[in-house]
Design a protein around this ligand. Structure first.
Ligand code: KG4
Ligand code: ZN
Length: 336
């Protein structure tokens, strides 16, 4: 059968990315231009700067993705792009670029949900993985327990009521003076700390066993820091980082395992930027091994934002004949 090559573009937040993916499963190229150095100065992502940086970089990133794949634009079968959720100005750069490219080349255009992309990163490294399966999606903007019934078809079982897991990492990192990007910095600091030094609350939502809440945990960290400042106690950044990370991991693992048991699942698929966290990966792997569940997680580079995952998700939509119109627009709060 003829292979399908999709050129995918991702610009929803602070990475400008392009990739060529074959048949939704094989990465031909995966180029990521990170804006981390640009935003570090401000302690977080500055949306206007992100949009401008996408505009400056997108053309070169796409050219590099094609070159790396050893392909030319006419050889590509379709153009895919993230159209939400994300920062509106950032998304618009990718959407406008992809539309122009597809229109000019007379190629099909496919709009992809960024969160579906995160889950689909797993298809690139686990050839045997097929829906249906339970997934734990933990990113900077989302924390979901979702059941992927079919390619691109989700049923949300649980969601966060306040902060996303990654957002909590970022806010706590800022509070303890680690700065942006918070997740990797907390993970690094935590390696030197004691995860049992401080007990932070593991918030639960009554009557919603699969929902998450991280705001109480975050407030407890802030209270701990304020109290220490008032009483003149020295704060161990490493202990706070390790104890906070342990609390987040505990909540994520226990909710996911509860859902897997209740729904009689023998597969669990991890996805999103926080999936890069080593403590989470280890704890989830241990819990899954004990429960006889096969855990699927992307390698680190495919956990955080990239375009290969968008190309993977796009393929299964392309195969079903789904095409976006020329009116495709950025949808900052797009639902799964
Ligand atoms: O999925 P992602 O790259 O972007 C969104 O779609 O939001 O996730 C970014 C989030 C950030 O909040 C970042 O702090 C977190 O993922 N993150 C981590 C780690 N690497 C990235 N959190 C914990 N540990 C990490 N190693
Ligand atoms: Zn993401």
């Amino acid at each position: 059968m003829k292979e399908t090559h999709i050129l995918a573009i991702e610009s929803s937040c602070d990475e400008t990315a392009a990739a060529v993916v074959t048949d939704g499963r094989r990465i031909r190229s995966n180029i990521i231009s990170s804006q981390v150095p640009l935003h570090t100065l401000y302690g977080g992502v500055v949306p206007e700067l992100a949009s401008r940086a996408h505009i400056e970089r997108i053309d070169a990133v796409v050219q590099e993705a094609l070159k790396d794949a050893g392909m030319t634009l006419p050889e590509v079968d379709a153009i895919a792009v993230t159209y939400g959720p994300g920062l509106v100005g950032a998304l618009l750069v990718g959407v406008a670029y992809a539309k122009a490219l597809a229109f000019g080349l007379k190629k099909p255009l496919i709009g992809v949900n960024h969160i579906e992309g995160h889950v689909s990163a797993n298809f690139l490294e686990h050839p045997e993985l097929e829906p249906p399966f339970l997934s734990l999606i933990v990113s900077g903007g989302h924390t979901n327990l979702a059941f992927m019934k079919d390619y691109g078809v989700f049923e949300i079982l649980g969601r966060t009521r306040d902060d996303a897991a990654g957002e909590a990492f970022d806010k706590v990192a800022r509070a303890i003076g680690l700065g942006y990007p918070g997740g990797p910095k907390i993970e690094k600091a935590a390696r030197e700390g004691d995860p049992e030094a401080i007990h932070f609350p593991r918030g639960k939502v009554d009557e919603a066993p699969y929902d998450f809440t991280f705001s109480g945990m975050k407030s407890a960290v802030l209270n701990y820091l304020n109290h220490a400042e008032m009483t003149g106690e020295t704060v161990s950044q490493a202990d706070v980082a390790a104890s906070f990370q342990a609390a987040v991991v505990d909540v994520l693992v226990s909710r996911a395992m509860h859902a897997a048991a209740e729904l009689h699942q023998d597969k669990l698929v991890l996805a999103g930027g926080v999936a890069a966290n080593g403590a989470l990966r280890t704890a989830l792997a241990d819990a899954c091994a004990r429960a006889g569940i096969t855990l699927y997680a992307p390698s680190l580079i495919l956990c955080t934002d990239n375009a290969a995952m968008i190309g993977a998700a796009a393929y299964f939509r392309y195969r079903r004949g789904e095409r976006a119109g020329w009116d495709l627009n950025a949808v900052p709060y797009l639902e799964l």
